[in-house]
Design a protein around this ligand. Structure first.
Ligand SMILES: [Zn+2]
Length: 307
């Protein structure tokens, strides 16, 4: 293939990618912008909400341009939710995640991205600091005009400031990276907390909405019973991982580091490049949680044992 043909082919591929974004209508004012892969990472499924006066985008992803919206509401600081975020004039994120959107060093440190991987992540996700990002708190209401509102819901655990959004009068609940995937909850960041994620799953079960949308490939769910079922399955992954950790402690494994590659988070064998880092961090969160609940003791050398 010549360089010119290659460029032409790439241009076509790009056009096709844009054309295959499906607008899934969730309500009279709300659509989900669903890319061809259904929103699996590194893609995601942002929402567009049109009020009488303003249009809001919820999350900024690889296949969308937040510059077209009047305001951008970010569910959390992860790279697949903040693509080109700074191109929107008005950007909002929960106060506990704001620094991770405004500052590159804070972002990289929060996610534990090693220096050698940083440039690749920043480039792939068109990441740039958004110093003008403003901070919201739980319950803040964004008025788009004509009676259309978006209410922020603090749902921490995945990140400390992870948030969902409730769009009214459409009855659309967006629960972000409480993504209901079969992988289960992800809480590997520096300030992610397992206890927060547990409470968040409970809070999500208490949400009353017409339709439930996640930031990735699962859903949207129109049937509340089905949503609650999938949410319960998602939450049960926490218990499965905890049982695996308790088993390892019984076998004499004493630290999160030693638990890596033993099937707690990822099946042993073929694993993504970042799996070790994520798995060690998540095992550490479980150990912390078990210590806090009085089920496990830790000595001054960091060795964990069952109580
Ligand atoms: Zn995320």
């Amino acid at each position: 293939m010549t360089e010119a043909t290659k460029q032409a082919a790439e241009a076509v591929a790009e056009t096709v990618a844009k054309e295959t974004v499906e607008e899934v209508r969730l309500g009279p004012h709300t659509v989900q912008l669903r890319p061809a892969n259904g929103g699996k990472y590194p893609q995601a499924n942002p929402l567009l909400v049109r009020g009488a006066e303003r249009t809001a985008m919820i999350d900024a992803c690889l296949h969308t341009s937040p510059a077209e919206a009047d305001l951008l509401l970010i569910s959390h600081y992860h790279e697949d939710h903040t693509v080109d975020a700074g191109s929107c004039a008005e950007v909002w994120v929960h106060s506990a995640d704001a620094a991770g959107v405004r500052d590159q060093d804070v972002f990289l440190a929060a996610m534990g991205i090693p220096a050698e991987a940083a440039a690749g992540v920043l480039e792939e996700f068109r990441w740039a600091p958004v110093p003008h990002a403003r901070a919201f708190e739980d319950g803040q209401v964004f008025d788009l005009g004509g009676g259309v509102t978006i209410t922020a819901l603090h749902l921490p655990g995945h990140t400390p400031g992870h948030a969902g959004f409730l769009v009214q009068p459409d009855g659309v609940a967006f629960i972000g990276d409480v993504d209901l995937s079969s992988f289960g909850p992800l809480y590997s960041d520096e300030d992610s907390r397992l206890a927060d994620f547990r409470a968040t799953i409970e809070a999500c079960a208490g949400l009353e909405a017409t339709v439930y949308a996640t930031a990735h490939h699962k859903g949207p769910y129109w049937d509340r019973d089905e949503y609650l079922q999938v949410l319960a399955d998602f939450g049960r992954v926490l218990e499965t991982r905890e049982e695996a950790i308790l088993d390892l402690l019984r076998e004499g494994v004493r630290t999160a580091e030693e638990m890596v590659g033993r099937g707690v988070v990822y099946r042993p064998g073929r694993r993504p490049a970042f799996a070790d880092r994520v798995e060690e961090s998540m095992c550490a969160k479980h150990l912390e949680d078990l210590v806090a609940r009085g089920l496990v003791a830790v000595d001054q050398n960091g060795a964990h044992t069952l109580v």
